[in-house]
Each structure stands twice: as C-alpha cells, then as structure tokens.
Design a protein around this ligand. Structure first.
Ligand SMILES: [Zn+2]
Length: 163
C-alpha cells in the first residue's frame, strides 16, 4: 500500500528508537496513520518538539503520545551511571532527571524495577516538556484541540500501559 494524497495521521508519537518497539506494528496501524518521531530514550528535546509542532500545526493531529518501554537501553545506561561519550551525553540529560524522579518517589527501587520506574518518569517528563517548551503545543492543549497521552510498552508481554 502506498499513500500519495497528503497525510492526515490521527496521532503523533514520540517513541524510542529501540528495534523492539515498532510503533505502527504495536498499534496495528498502516501507512499514513501515525506521525512517528523516534529517538533513543524517547526524549523530547528541541528536534523532537519541533517535529510534534509540525504534526499538530500543519497536519492538525489531535493526539500526541509519548511512548516509553520497559528495559529501555537508554534509561538503563543512565540508571547504571555509565559515563557517556559523544552526542549521547547530551541526549540523555533529561533521562538523568527522570531517573532522579524515580529514585525520589521510591528510594528502595533498584535494577530492572528502577529502570522501568525511570522510564515511566521519563514519559511524564516528555509529556510536560512538550507543553512547557512549546507555545504552539500548549495553545492547542489549552483550546482542547490537542490531547497529550503517555504510555509504556511492555517488551515482555506486548501490553501498552497508559499512564
Ligand atoms: Zn528504549
């Protein structure tokens, strides 16, 4: 199937680049259905926010989903305290804050449980960043033209847990 008649995706998604999280397959969607921004750790930095601004302003997309997942490698790297080189260090700055959130909420967490809690906090931060860092997005949320949602995809079960 091809689609050459313009696009009208019903949702924009910020998702992780992880090869086990193919967004269209997870939600059983086809060509033209989803406007997907994929970046390691599904962080909402400048380029990701700009892409969502394009979707909501120019395509009229009424729903934006920030989709994290369990056992995220980017989150695991941050939680483990690994020292990152190159562009990665900048990419994961916001995940550092999410890991701090998770640890503050439950200091008893460790290992995979901490990674998955940090992934949830990272989704919440992404949802907030989209609104707080973009007047285009926040205006549409305020007017009711745009909904922001968050979810975690469970790699082990295939389930999507909505936050
Ligand atoms: Zn990931």
């Amino acid at each position: 199937m091809v689609c050459n008649e313009g696009q009208h995706p019903f949702a924009a998604v910020v998702s992780c680049s992880d090869s086990r999280v193919p967004v269209e397959l997870i939600f059983d969607q086809g060509i033209g259905d989803l406007f997907v921004v994929r970046v390691a750790g599904n962080v909402c930095n400048g380029d990701e926010i700009a892409s969502i601004e394009y979707a909501v302003e120019h395509l009229g997309t009424p729903l934006c989903l920030v989709l994290g997942h369990t056992r995220c490698g980017a989150v695991t790297t941050v939680v483990s305290g690994a020292v990152l080189d190159g562009h990665l260090a900048q990419l994961v700055q916001k995940i550092n804050d999410a890991a701090d959130d998770a640890w503050r909420e439950d200091p008893s967490l460790s290992g995979d449980a901490l990674v998955d809690a940090a992934a949830r906090c990272n989704v919440r931060r992404g949802m907030a960043d989209l609104v707080q860092e973009s007047h285009i997005i926040s205006a549409r949320v305020d007017s009711g033209a745009l909904q922001i949602a968050g979810a975690i995809y469970n790699l082990a079960t295939g389930a999507v847990d909505w936050l």
